[in-house]
Design a protein around this ligand. Structure first.
Ligand SMILES: Nc1ncnc2c1ncn2[C@@H]1O[C@H](COP(=O)(O)OP(=O)(O)O)[C@@H](O)[C@H]1O
Ligand SMILES: [Mg+2]
Length: 138
């Protein structure tokens, strides 16, 4: 089972940490990324995508809500921060994504807590200081 408890001191370090862990995400699963704004959630996910051999540009789905990638495995990246209406997520097909074998990465998962599957695992990001972030499985 994936276990992380690391402090990174730059965005590049967060990317290379995610890169090195990418193999552990190959089998899919649903991961919730929790933590403050600018704590490195999207940065980590970009690193994961590059570690999974996705070579294009990975943007934050803050406004698009859901981004899909064909990397070494199929990756679905969601950001719930700006959409708290659970019905809207259901309309977007979130339950079908949960029933798929895709790797599902969700920022701000607590916003859609009532519909999250039990099998979700959480990775927590904390701001320690300007460039220091703690990244840990919880
Ligand atoms: N150690 C670090 N890891 C990740 N990001 C960092 C780090 N230090 C500073 N940063 C900065 O913090 C911000 C993180 O942004 P982002 O990954 O979008 O956060 P989130 O998705 O959690 O809101 C970026 O501006 C990045 O340059
Ligand atoms: Mg983000």
């Amino acid at each position: 089972m994936l276990s992380i408890n690391k402090i990174t001191e730059s965005p590049e370090e967060t990317i290379s940490l995610a890169n090195s862990l990418a193999g552990s995400f190959l089998d899919g699963g649903i991961y919730g990324f929790v933590g403050d704004l600018a704590s490195g959630k999207t940065t980590f996910i970009k690193g994961l995508l590059s570690g999974l051999d996705f070579s294009g540009v990975a943007n934050s789905p803050t406004f698009t809500l859901i981004n899909e990638y064909n990397a070494k495995c199929r990756v679905v990246h969601m950001d719930c921060y700006r959409e708290s209406d659970i019905n809207r997520w259901i309309q977007l097909g979130i339950l079908e994504y949960f029933n798929s074998n895709d790797l599902i990465l969700i920022e701000w998962p607590d916003i859609i807590k009532p519909i999250l599957p039990d099998r979700i695992k959480y990775i927590k990001f904390s701001n320690i200081d300007k460039n220091k972030r703690r990244i840990e499985t919880i």
